[in-house]
Design a protein. Sequence first.
Length: 280
Amino acid sequence: MDVPATGALSGPAGEQEPRARFDRDRNLRALRARWRTASLAAGWRFPSDWALPEVDAVCAAVVRHGSTGAETALAGLGRARAAAGANLAETLSDLAALHAVLDDPDAVDGFVSPDVDATPARLLRVTALAWADVATDQLVHTEVTDPLTGLPSAAYLRTRLAEVYRAEAADEYLLLVVAMDLTTVSGWPRLTGMILVADALRAVFDTGESHATLGPSVVAVLCRRDDRLASRGVALRRALNDRLSVDAQLREVNRPRISAARLPASHDRACDLLADLGRG
């Protein structure tokens, strides 16, 4: 996979460096073009996303030092690919395309046969570990809160329900669901409506219950079936009316629909229920 570094050519001393720089730039452009062609032919899905500054850094490192000196640049590219949303298979296939191009310098058009299994293990390892560092960090910091309402997402509630079912406590809980009919409202009032609904839900169910946004106009709370549930339902209705009455358009909307849903027999069916409720 190594290619010789570009050195100064013979001639007057004053001409060597400009000529060497010209040759390096030409080699960089040629390598980049061949690599891109090979990567796209190997299945890179979105051509406009292939080019990154780190691609140029890898090309420069290879032209100057060969592949043995490109590991740091490849690690940078692996991190950049992960940050840009490329999966690991795409990233390693792109690396295999680079290796195939360098391994067959006669294929000047870039039409080669990339093979991840033929790529040197050290380069695969460096690139994959760098990609994984960023991907893992993204997974750990994945946002689980709906940006509009500030409530956790349905994914959070599915996880919470899994805990309830593992504890065999499904009979002790139910879902209280609030749905808004916002079909006649648009713009800022539509957004305001869901913000106010979420605020009312948090204000009434404020003793450790699990809240979530299930859909564009549906929120829910997982609460215990106890003696306070009926009175809290009334308090929620009052809180919704108080908040929604501040906006002229929202006052004209049908009152929010509050319903109670018993948890089904299994967690899988509970997840299906959340999906159905989220559709309104």
